[in-house]
Ligand binder design. Structure first.
Ligand SMILES: Cc1cc2nc3c(=O)[nH]c(=O)nc-3n(C[C@H](O)[C@H](O)[C@H](O)COP(=O)(O)OP(=O)(O)OC[C@H]3O[C@@H](n4cnc5c(N)ncnc54)[C@H](O)[C@@H]3O)c2cc1C
Length: 424
């Protein structure tokens, strides 16, 4: 091995979760090595919608799932594309997903996420101040748009749960939607405004700035893919193609690759990659700017302003292997719908971006010490909200690594809930 190093703790994965963890661990005075291949577009943290919302407490496994199941299975719902040949590989995930869609489970998930999402914007603001990225952070709220009366009425349970967890929202009726967002050209029956929502205009830029902050704090980065993670005499041995690091503790924060890395240690997590796409477009000359991200629930896609007249169109979920070739049908359909929603101009990228949401079936991240290994902290599975909740997760990881009481209760995020089949 050409390069042998030692550290107090190694963080595997340099997306929002891994970087926030590495920074928080340096803040506690630990000698930290971060391992990441360093490919910006390979991070899901690069390509998301940039939404940091207190209201993101409603997991995909909702009671409404049962009514939508026939459409999902036929790929007739724009929000979800299933690759049928992939389904046998995600059976444990699917079994947990169905179990998590009971109303009681949905409510429990929301209550467990609420303290995380409540802390998310404040943690982002503090991080942005240190990383020099406050210019990327705004607090304009975000809008969920409903095309029909029935669609708005269908959000009643969601609103009940938001209210129960102290998340403020306003229902905006008909024409008032366009007063809020003059860029919209499609008539909507109504919208839900979630005012306690921040946005990040360039999530990839934030991640890069965090890399700079980490190295400025004296953190070391090892560029490479971890090929082996194994217990060793004094803790752990972490190997890439050209280097080995010995450390007392390890944080596994490799996003959608995390479950594969944990597998040789005997952990088979119910886990999946929820793939998603984006493509940037200009708004046509004369169109008002989009003030905030909007989620068109009828199209199952999000439009998010990304600075300088750029709009990022983001697809819903595609359930397929993380490394399967891209299938552009879903993002192309999202772009067609988006062209009826705002005055969309030419695409600004040659090809759409594809990334994988690290998905747990119950919508809760995995944050905790590995059940059968001391010194291995698991921090992955943030699904649809990992950009928002990355910084607070970093703080929780540092709490776990240094033996402090976690700033937010972590019992609901315990790893062992996703080992084996769902409990009745
Ligand atoms: C279309 C879309 C829209 C989204 N919108 C939002 C949103 O608006 N708000 C929000 O909060 N979230 C959103 N998300 C989700 C969010 O992007 C993810 O939850 C989050 O980025 C996950 O962060 P992460 O650090 O866990 O993973 P990643 O950002 O993927 O980082 C993981 C890192 O680990 C590295 N890695 C993998 N394997 C290894 C290995 N063997 N060794 C070393 N390193 C390795 C990878 O290269 C990568 O750099 C969205 C996701 C998608 C796809």
């Amino acid at each position: 091995m050409s390069n042998a190093m030692t550290a107090d703790i190694v963080v595997i994965g340099g997306g929002m979760v891994g970087l926030a963890s590495a920074i928080a661990l340096r803040d506690r005075g630990l000698d930290v090595v971060l391992c990441d291949p360093g490919e910006a577009r390979a991070r899901t943290s690069y390509g998301n919608a940039g939404v940091v919302s207190r209201g993101s407490i409603l997991s995909m496994a909702s009671p409404g799932l049962w009514g939508k199941l026939p459409a999902y299975l036929r790929n007739a719902d724009p929000g979800l594309r299933l690759r049928h040949r992939h389904l046998p590989r995600v059976l444990p995930w699917a079994a947990h997903f169905l179990a998590a869609s009971r109303e009681s489970a949905w409510r429990r998930t929301a209550a467990a996420l609420a303290p995380l999402t409540a802390a998310a914007y404040g943690e982002h603001r503090r991080l942005a101040e240190r990383a020099g990225t406050t210019h990327l952070l705004r607090h304009p709220g975000w809008l969920k748009l409903y095309r029909t009366e029935a669609a708005l009425a269908g959000s009643a349970l969601e609103r009940d749960i938001l209210a129960e967890n102290g998340v403020p929202f306003e229902i905006v009726a008909g024409a008032a939607v366009r007063d809020l967002e003059p860029a919209l050209i499609r008539p909507f029956h109504g919208a839900m405004l979630l005012p306690e929502t921040g946005t990040i205009a360039d999530p990839g830029g934030l991640v890069e700035a965090c890399e700079g902050l980490f190295s400025g704090l004296g953190g070391r980065t090892l560029r490479g893919t971890v090929t082996r993670l194994a217990p060793a005499a004094e803790g752990w041995s972490v190997e890439t193609a050209g280097a080995r690091v010995a450390a007392r503790q390890v944080v596994l924060a490799a996003g959608a690759a995390s479950a594969e890395i944990a597998r040789p240690l005997g952990y088979r997590f119910a886990f999946a990659a929820e793939r998603g796409y984006h493509r940037h477009y200009a708004l046509r000359p004369g169109s008002p700017a989009l003030n905030r991200p909007v989620y068109d629930t009828g199209a199952g896609s999000i439009l998010s302003p990304m600075g300088e007249g750029r709009v990022r169109v983001l697809s819903g979920v595609e359930l397929d292997a993380r490394d399967a070739p891209p299938d552009l049908r879903q993002i192309e359909a999202a772009a067609r719908e988006a062209a009826g929603t705002v005055r969309l101009g030419a695409p600004l990228d040659n090809r759409p971006w594809l990334g994988s949401r690290p998905s747990t079936p119950d919508g809760l991240p995995v944050i905790g010490v590995a059940p059968r290994h001391r010194g291995l902290i698991l921090a992955f599975g943030h699904g649809h909200i990992g950009l928002s909740t990355g910084p607070i997760t970093g703080r929780l990881v540092a709490d776990l690594a240094t033996g402090r009481e976690p700033a937010v209760p972590v019992a609901p995020f315990a790893p062992d809930r996703l080992l084996g089949w769902p409990r009745p």
